[in-house]
Design a protein around this ligand. Sequence first.
Ligand code: SF4
Ligand code: SF4
Length: 124
Amino acid sequence: MSVGLPCRECGGRCCKLVPFTIGEYKAVRKRIPSGSEIEDVEFLEGSLPGVPAGNPGKVILNPHGQHGSNTCAFITIDGCSIYADRPQVCRIYGEDTTNPCEYLHPGQSRPIWLLGPEKLLRRN
Ligand code: SF4
Ligand code: SF4
């Protein structure tokens, strides 16, 4: 979800399999309600398309969300529940023509998990 895009209208189509860095993960992990069925999935080599080795991170999933088992744990009917602390990939997704928004440009966008690793590597 990015500033200036119609994310509320869209309802979070890109909010699936979103890669958090370890730091981003630690900042939001405590915001997950205890007792929920949220799942943490480590980035392991080959576990997600495009995730290179040596780039640790997490995806945090609600297995019963709008995108099935791939749903980001933080999407709600009111939008992103951790908006101020959302991962960097969510901030840049859809912001330029190389990363077109899935809602505005169906069929032209790349999944957000493919956007994440290269951006994460730049930050490390
Ligand atoms: S697909 Fe586009 S409009 Fe929908 S939530 Fe993602 S960035 Fe926002
Ligand atoms: S952290 Fe927020 S903006 Fe990012 S995928 Fe999850 S719900 Fe969407």
